[in-house]
Design a protein around this ligand. Structure first.
Ligand code: AMP
Length: 206
């Protein structure tokens, strides 16, 4: 990629609502929402990568960094070729990546992080209830069992939360994840709309 991709990270623990808010944001022209959880779930379950994903996600664990990064890069490149993502005008909204400090470092050559939206202040019991409801609705094995959810939350605290320290705190925005969909979306837009306004000028190649 010649120019780094203009990016905002949607950050937060499992159950904080990143996917829901990311989809809403992605429905607005000028934002391209990319969720690595959705990317992994769309893999053919019989394929080698699909099997690797199942092996880790069924235990609530993260897929190894190298595999994740390679797939992420291929996916973003493909979306750009297909015209779904327009790197020169769209703001890339990343949901679920980077999820470890190693991923953060590996991704630096590709993305220019202009903002981090941290959906926060959700208590663990609320999150567990949210995840279990969603598991029933969407048939997601990783969120069906309480011990797997607790493992996901522990991994978030240990592996993912430290990613926040990697960025200049002036670009990290704390947003209360509890509220109506519209209320939370409105707070996110107050952060990302001014960033998007600055993104129309320079072309980027994937
Ligand atoms: P999510 O829907 O974002 O919670 O992701 C579901 C599962 O996909 C996670 O529990 C991981 O197994 C895998 N996954 C998603 N994003 C990543 C990532 N950035 N690094 C490693 N594993 C990931």
């Amino acid at each position: 990629m010649a120019d780094r991709l203009k990016t905002v990270l949607l950050f937060g623990a499992p159950g904080a609502g990143k996917g829901t808010q990311g989809s809403l944001l992605g429905s607005i022209p000028g934002y391209f929402h990319m969720s690595t959880g959705d990317m992994f779930r769309s893999l053919d379950k019989e394929s080698e990568l699909g099997q690797i994903f199942f092996e880790y996600s069924s235990k609530g664990e993260l897929v190894p960094d190298e595999v994740t990064l390679e797939l992420w890069h291929t996916y973003v490149h493909a979306q750009a070729i297909l015209g779904m993502y327009k790197p020169y005008s769209d703001l890339l909204i990343l949901d679920g990546i980077p999820r470890t400090v190693a991923q953060t470092t590996l991704m630096e050559q590709y993305i220019n992080v202009l903002g981090v939206v941290h959906l926060s202040a959700v208590n663990p019991d609320d999150m567990i209830a949210r995840l279990q409801n969603r598991a029933l609705e969407q048939n997601r094995v990783d969120d069906a069992k309480e011990d797997i959810i607790r493992n996901r939350l522990e991994i978030y605290e240990r592996e993912t939360r430290p990613v926040l320290n990697h960025y200049d705190q002036s670009i990290v925005h704390e947003i209360d994840a509890i509220g109506t969909l519209g209320g939370v979306l409105s707070n996110i837009l107050k952060v990302v709309a001014p960033i998007q306004d600055t993104c129309h000028t320079k072309p980027a190649e994937v």
